[in-house]
Design a protein around this ligand. Structure first.
Ligand code: KG4
Ligand code: ZN
Length: 356
């Protein structure tokens, strides 16, 4: 008997992604179009521009994924598409295209929650049994949860303001002018800060204390964002440089910023481990799955590994290309839904996109 396959389509933010996976987690075909270089020119995502680029690319990205799988649309067993959360205009492009494909093939659709897809990607790579803890850190979110089932999550904490990726992109990378540097043209703010931070000294400024008196697992990145902005501005003034120039101590500032992001995430994770232990939310095999764009940061991962080993957790990180947005995780999430035996298929026309 042939293995079942799912086509996944992702357009929730600034990546147009599509992929075909089978029921044992083989990636049969994939395609991704990143809008990063375009958004770097304006210093951030402009929703209209993102929508336009998705509209231009969605058809060819889906076709490329099918071609690389050597499959026709009729060959796949189901189509899964991200419907929330994300930028409404971007989400809509993916859904409308999926609806078009559904009509062509008389398929129904499997609606996908983008964050759940991030959380479950690890199960495509290796055996991770429910329940497990999951940390998602990306450009739009930061959250800790216990994954109890494929659509059953107990939220332990979430960012009360901005997401860490946004702090990387909108403050550090932008205000240090990294996004204007040709060598970082195709990199996200986070990835360029990580590269610069490698040679830096994080002790250049004092550590920023975040939520130290909050006995929960929530996150906050606005304080760090404001602090970074203030420190960068002060450096320009101190050195008498124009704000379009590159600061000579850019590496140190990146290292300082990244150290603070890591420290805050690590602290909250420790709280989550203690809380989980107290409430006996996990069994004896304790696993932490980490995903999302910020989690692809090697420095942050290394430190999470230390904390995990302190608390007896096994750390599972999907490879980097599965941590950032992609169509594979959407296809896999659709497949998990099929494998669960519950009917998650819905009439294409009944679906709507939701921002949060
Ligand atoms: O998960 P993702 O691709 O999209 C969503 O936000 O859902 O995450 C993108 C975010 C961006 O803010 C980007 O700057 C950040 O993840 N990012 C990183 C790294 N690579 C991507 N942040 C820190 N270090 C990285 N290496
Ligand atoms: Zn994402």
């Amino acid at each position: 008997q042939q293995r079942r396959t799912v086509l996944g389509i992702e357009t929730s933010c600034d990546d147009t992604g599509a992929a075909v996976v089978d029921e044992v987690g083989n990636i049969l075909g994939e395609a991704l179009h990143s809008q990063t270089a375009r958004h770097n020119q304006t210093g951030g995502i402009i929703p209209n521009v993102a929508k336009e680029l998705h509209t231009q690319k969605v058809e060819s990205v889906v076709q490329d994924a099918l071609n690389s799988a050597k499959m026709r649309l009729e060959d796949v067993d189901a189509i899964a598409v991200t419907v929330k959360p994300g930028l409404i205009m971007s989400l809509r492009v993916g859904l409308v295209h999926a609806q078009k494909l559904a009509h062509l093939t008389r398929h129904q659709l499997i609606p996908i929650h983008h964050m759940e897809a991030h959380a479950l990607t690890a199960r495509m790579i290796e055996r991770v049994e429910f329940p497990f803890m999951v940390l998602l850190a990306s450009g739009g979110h930061c959250l800790l949860a216990i994954a109890k089932g494929i659509d059953d999550f107990l939220l332990l904490g979430t960012s009360q303001d901005t997401a860490p990726g946004e702090a990387y992109d909108k403050v550090t990378a932008r205000e240090l002018n990294l996004i204007k540097m040709p060598e970082f043209e195709h990199l996200s703010g986070g990835a360029s800060v990580e590269l610069m931070a490698k040679q830096g000294d994080h002790t250049i400024f004092p550590r920023v204390h975040v939520m130290t008196s909050r006995a929960d697992c929530d996150f906050s990145f606005t304080g760090l964002k404001i602090s970074a902005r203030r420190q960068i501005l002060a450096e320009y003034q101190r050195l008498g440089l124009d704000q379009n120039q590159l600061l000579p101590n850019t590496s140190d500032i990146c290292a300082w910023f990244q150290y603070n992001v890591m420290y805050h995430i690590g602290r909250r994770l420790q709280r989550a481990f203690i809380f989980t232990e107290m409430k006996e939310l996990l069994g004896t095999s304790k696993t932490l799955v980490v995903s999302g764009g910020v989690a692809s940061n090697a420095f942050i991962r290394l430190n999470l590994e230390h904390i995990c080993s302190m608390y007896g957790y096994k750390l599972v990180c999907p490879p980097q290309k599965l941590c950032t947005d992609n169509g594979i995780m959407i296809a896999w999430n659709g497949m998990e839904k099929i494998l669960s035996g519950t009917n998650y298929l819905q009439d294409a026309d009944s679906l709507q996109v939701v921002a949060r």
